[in-house]
Write a protein that binds this ligand. Structure first.
Ligand SMILES: N[C@@H](CCC(=O)N[C@@H](CS)C(=O)NCC(=O)O)C(=O)O
Length: 216
């Protein structure tokens, strides 16, 4: 049985959503990334940086969201979420899958932490360039790889929805239309509900919610 190393309200969400889109049976292993004193050291055997997500399948471990996404969509092709090697959509599919982890995410982390730099300082480049690139692409395409939903949307889409909610990504019409398209998917809705329930079962998020209510 496929094992999925997960933490609710985390970067593991896109893979959680993809597993639902693929209709795959899996064992979910919850990793407490917010534990006092840090994530348990034993998890380092699975993910050397003790980060989620990770998966274990047929005796191998796969880490890094883009790799996991590409692996899962290729391994379970029945769902049709991975354009074939010779499909013209394959190039955009791979590019936006990897872009989500290697450009989109670090650019927004740099923004959130107020990092000041020029494009050539870091491989992910500038916030303005990244936002313009995604906006142009989503003005021209309904989905990451083109005109149909693929596994790449579980990465780019999860990132767009999450960071727009947190006001890190501006609310441009192209981003909002894309988010609405994805949020309408039953697998997205089911996974969001489950992720929320799992988060709210944790003292960390219960305390956070209680603090927010007290401040309201
Ligand atoms: N490069 C990793 C990043 C994953 C990542 O940042 N995961 C966060 C979840 S939000 C994490 O596990 N953080 C826990 C920690 O760093 O202790 C990937 O793409 O899979």
């Amino acid at each position: 049985m496929l094992k999925f190393y997960h933490a609710p309200f985390s970067r593991a969400f896109g893979v959680f959503w993809l597993l639902e889109e693929l209709g795959v049976d899996f064992d979910r292993v919850q990793i407490d990334i917010r534990a006092d004193g840090g994530t348990d050291e034993t998890y380092r055997k699975i993910q050397p940086n003790k980060k989620v997500p990770a998966i274990e399948h047929n005796g191998v471990v796969i880490t890094e969201r883009a790799a996991i996404t590409i692996y899962l969509a290729d391994t379970f092709p029945e769902a049709g979420l991975a354009p074939a090697i010779d499909d013209p959509m394959r190039s955009a599919y791979l590019t936006w899958n990897v872009f989500s982890d290697s450009v989109f995410d670090p650019v927004l982390c740099a923004k959130a932490h107020g990092l000041s730099y020029v494009s050539n300082d870091y491989p992910f480049g500038l916030y303005e360039d990244m936002v313009a690139n995604v906006e142009r692409h989503l003005n021209e395409n309904d989905y990451a790889a083109g005109d149909r939903f693929t596994a790449a949307d579980t990465q780019l889409g999860a990132a767009v929805i999450y960071t727009m909610d947190f006001k890190l990504l501006p609310e441009r019409p192209a981003f909002k239309r894309y988010a609405e398209r994805l949020e309408a998917r039953p697998a997205y809705q089911k996974t969001s509900k489950r992720d929320y329930e799992l988060a709210m079962a944790l003292p960390f998020f219960q305390e956070q919610a209680a603090g927010e209510n007290a401040g309201a």
